[in-house]
Design a binder for this molecule. Sequence first.
Ligand code: BGC
Length: 451
Amino acid sequence: MGFRKDFLWGAATAAYQIEGAYQEDGRGMSIWDSLTKEAGHVAWGENGNTACEHYHLYKEDVALMKEMGLTCYRFSVSWPRILPEGDGRVNEKGVRFYQELVELLLDAGIEPVVTLYHWDLPYTLYEKGGWKNPESVEWFAGYAKAVAEMFQGKVRYYITFNEPQVFVGLGYRLGIHAPFEKNEPSVISAITRNVLLAHGRAVAVLRSAGPKDIKIGMAPSSGCVIPKSETEEDIEEARRMSFEANKGGIGGGISWWMDAVFLGEFSKENKEAFGENVPQLTEEEWALVTQPLDFFGFNCYAGGGNLVPPNPYAYDRYSYQGSPKTATGWNITPDVLYWAARFYYERYKKPILVTENGLAAYDLVSLDGCVHDPNRIDYTHRYLRGLKRAAEEGIPVIGYIHWSFMDNFEWASGYDMRFGLVYVDYRTQQRILKDSAYWYRNVILSNGENL
Ligand code: BGC
């Protein structure tokens, strides 16, 4: 027994990271367009103005997905492309782009998995306080409604928020991502409340719009802690550490967000750690936040440690002199997909969907015109074996979505680090399938039997 027959084999992207065409066809500005103009936020002063020009090259890109044999494609909708002012007026040209993309995917037999929010908040809403403003709950509900109307029941899989820990933590607490703010814990508490309620409103809107077999989830960032050995004590220690309150600060841990959404509470550890900054919700609000979801999605790149930001002067639980790392400096810890699937299934009791996993490298085109990326193949192979073990032990794993379908704008790090299965030459917009794309195609063809 390996992966189920209808296993979703995918790859993912996000609108701001690939679309480009930032001023075309009536698109509004997002916080990433407007606020990255100020120097010092992104490596080399880069931005997503052109990115991979996917807005123009989407037909070619879907053809490549088909060639790779993907059975699902996760992408996000750009909120300001369909609602240029954030709410109210709908931009028909933007709507048409996403409708055509979904038609093409369905024709190619590729299941669309749509993320509503992958960090590109409309700038007009930022000017009104963005996620700090309680009105953001209704703005998001209106946006979810526009997306549901746009897709007319043709999309079955939705993800409300990508990595709330990251866009709140890096965006509003540490000032590394847009809107580049450093706020007090009380502000992060208010944002948490707004994002949780916005999630709930969106779930209600999407479910009532259908289709009947709609599947809704979230995509938190979640590298759990890997046990040091498989003794009961070590497993229990890792389980406890995986869900403890984030030592790096409020809003960072998986339990902060997922206990609220799936269990309807903030844990004792989070209450002890963050005291009066734990949001207070009424019974009615909890009912909105905890509407049943259909899967537990998570983005996972490496094992978590003591949940504080990595310290370049000290080894963590997984590193040692010369230990394997990706170009982002993240540890390579293949067993994490096994333990994450196991721990999250135990705690949240929903089918597991890996919504992101992959490796950053400084890939380049070789003399033979190909892009050889043995490290990405080896990384993915090892991680998938971990996931396969989980499936074999009876954990309902419904899919694996690789990050990323193609090289793209890596937020504050710009374009140097490449995560794609497809190489992008940003001067010519030429795409080249990397060796890993061909390898992944064989994995998909054998439904993971060859791992
Ligand atoms: C995000 C992606 C990002 C990737 C690699 C995740 O945090 O969802 O947008 O590019 O990881 O850093």
